[in-house]
Ligand binder design. Sequence first.
Ligand code: UDP
Ligand code: MG
Length: 348
Amino acid sequence: MNALPENWHPEFHEDSKTELSVIVPLYNEHEVIALMHERLTAVLVDLGIPYELVLVDDGSRDGTPHAMSQLAEADPTVTAVFLSRNFGKEAALTAGLEHAAGDAVIIMDADLQDPPELIPEMLQAWKGGADVVCMRRRSRAGETWFKRFSAHHFYRLLNAISDVDIPPDTGDFRLLSRKAVYALKQLNERNRYMKGLFAWIGLPTTVIEYDRMPRAAGLTKWNYLGLLNLAFQGITSFSTAPLRLAMVGGLLTALFGILFTLWIVVKALVLGDPVQGYPSLISMITILGGAQLLSIGLLGEYIGKTYYEAKQRPVYLVREVVRRGKPVEQTASDSAPSPAGKKWYATF
Ligand code: UDP
Ligand code: MG
């Protein structure tokens, strides 16, 4: 379905240890998958090292799974992981990390916004001793000023209020050493805000700057509501500062309430001013009621998170894995256990 480079020798990779895995999550990326495979393969073949391409279908509803099956059949370096439904990019990345065998693992988007041509530079940084190579966006072509503005401020806010330090303007595009992948696999929380998890593990990190391209084809899967949700997930997964803020707000309101009451009493007793109640009473009730509901909602958000964690459901379910052109036989007991001994996924 797509032209492979002439110097491409799949048998070269057959029995050697995989040095590099490239993980690509795909959700309705039918329009770009062939182009992505072609450009990526051209770069990877030139490296001359054993590599694998881990494509994760995140429950696409278009031709993506079909195109992936065809690629997996034609190209033995492709490992195709099909999830049972759309679990979201964070889960798809987790699935990719579980199925990648390389000493170095690179994560990139399917839409070629992260140029594959930077891979040699990333590998060089890894060989130079970095466990994590973060790619920092110098520019973000094709994105609205509002998205750039909100992303910029969101990362600064998150860094200020949480104990993780996320390098600003970095996305999921990055290289992880085997050590870093192992560290990530230890974090088996259900709420997977990947950028936060990447930062949480620490390890020697190198940052490389690049120019982010516009999407090669297709449409973005994010809308502002989705991004807002992701931002909220990020904050509530890595910081309890909002809870503390609610407490401080409550304290200040209570203090104000006491002073205001004293003032009314003094006014009535000393100045003999009859109490004029209605407007101040109503405004007090609504302000306090609003603040209380807000705090309860916030509390609920954290309790809800605990509820999801307590259920211990897998982060994703795998429908099928195709490796070297053949479906991988898997039973639930084959599935990769997490370090805590729990099953990360099951197959049907
Ligand atoms: N993606 C995914 N599951 C989803 C949404 C997105 O695997 O539920 C993948 C998508 O196919 C792409 C990457 O995540 O490879 C980034 O998505 P997108 O380009 O839509 O996001 P943006 O670059 O606009 O932030
Ligand atoms: Mg994109």
